[in-house]
Design a protein. Structure first.
Length: 407
């Protein structure tokens, strides 16, 4: 479930027809939930994002209505001598869509194109992807962005194509969880991505396995961080930390949100690491104590679990994990708001844990050797025949500085 930054499914949102009214009711509902957790059962709120529930198709229709002319399979986009064919839609988010592109002159080259409404977009998020990826250019683990611009109907950016996300790969595993060597290597790589993002001055604020994906082809051993729609600058270009706010929005995906987000406090890099820790718990165990693939979480209870994890409940929460995870969690939650997280300490503890258990970290990843996962990655670039009557989107408006197209 996307808190504050995405729609929620409740009896109040299933019959209205105005997106603005839905937004107002959504915010009111979230406020009620924060002060009265016992009302959650009455509101019957689910745990999934808009794209994870067919019940939310009405709201998706509001966001992407008929007035929003989307690229169609077979459309050809031309820009400064480059030509791409739009092959298929590969992802539908709350505020953006992602398409698979193929180079018109080299059929072996594929790209991803993220699209957002040009007008009346309730929450423009593509500009954040453009800003972050522009700054993280050439940094390992962040997709390369090639061009960004706009047409009369939509804004877009063309970027490096990556494979399935970690959640999809995990669910494709026979027992719905990764092997220990793969789990440890995922933990190390995703920790590195967060450190690089924080060093660039950004908070992620939505750390979850769906926002990390594996590379394809020769890049299959690289894990990429995706989707920066909830990122926020926490320090200026000269390295000065922005002033701490008295309160902050409740953002993120609820099972993985840090306690600071759940209690509407301003967030810092340490809070990204708390969300990372919950994500890694799921990677190792296949579920969380307060959430799994079969049941929706009780949000009030989830908050209580995270609060009690600071005390006596910690040993129970971590009982199925290697004992090195206890000092990792303690270090994260005891880090001060203004303090730089101890990334290297966490890295050393993870490597020490793997070494103690005789787990090798130089073996192939699960998705490189398990047929079901290999097939899932292969399908990411499969597409049907293109229609004969292709539409050409010629020379869309693209600025030399990509961010300028989103001012």
């Amino acid at each position: 479930m996307e808190i504050n930054e995405g729609y929620i499914q409740s009896p109040f949102t299933c019959t209205v027809h105005s997106p603005a009214f839905v937004l107002d009711v959504r915010r009111i509902t979230i406020f009620i939930l924060l002060i009265r957790p016992e009302l959650e059962a009455l509101l019957n709120i689910g745990s999934h994002t808009l794209t994870q529930s067919n019940q939310n198709s009405l709201l998706l229709g509001m966001l992407y209505n008929e007035e929003f002319e989307l690229p169609k399979p077979g459309s050809k986009i031309t820009f400064q001598g480059h030509k791409w064919f739009v092959l298929k839609k590969i992802y539908s988010g709350v505020f953006s869509l992602v398409y698979l592109l193929r180079d018109a002159t080299d059929k072996r080259k594929f790209y991803a194109m993220k699209v957002e409404k040009q007008k009346d977009c309730e929450r423009p998020v593509l500009k954040l992807d453009v800003a972050v990826l522009s700054q993280m250019r050439s940094v390992i683990g962040f997709p390369t962005m090639f061009v960004a611009g706009r047409t009369d109907s939509f804004k877009f950016c063309v970027m490096q194509l990556v494979g399935p996300d970690l959640r999809a790969l995990m669910w494709a595993m026979p027992n719905k969880k990764f092997s220990p060597p793969t789990a440890f290597r995922i933990a190390l790589q995703t920790l590195d991505r967060l450190e690089k993002l924080h060093d660039a001055g950004y908070l992620n604020r939505d750390v979850k396995s769906q926002n990390f994906a594996v590379g394809i082809g020769g890049e299959s051993s690289v894990i990429y961080m995706l989707d920066f729609g909830l990122t926020r600058k926490y320090r200026s270009a000269d390295g000065t930390r922005l002033k701490r706010r008295g309160c902050g929005p409740c953002v993120g995906t609820y099972p993985f949100t840090p306690l600071a987000s759940a209690t509407m406090k301003d967030q810092a890099p340490k809070d990204d690491l708390e969300g990372w820790f919950y994500m890694i718990m799921e990677i190792f165990l296949g579920c969380l104590p307060w959430h799994n693939s079969r049941i929706n979480p009780d949000h009030g209870l989830t908050r209580e679990w995270k609060q009690f994890a600071r005390g006596a409940f910690r040993s129970e929460m971590l009982s199925s994990l290697p004992y090195e995870f206890s000092p990792i969690f303690s270090n994260i939650i005891n880090t001060r708001f203004e303090e730089r997280p101890r990334y290297q300490f966490i890295q050393r503890m993870l490597i020490a844990s793997a070494t103690r258990q005789g787990i090798k970290l130089d073996v192939p990843y699960d998705w490189q050797v398990i047929p079901a996962l290999v097939n899932l990655i292969r399908k990411s670039t499969e597409y049907g025949p293109l229609p004969d009557d292709t539409e050409t989107i010629t020379e869309p408006e693209v600025d030399k500085e990509p961010i300028a197209a989103f001012q």
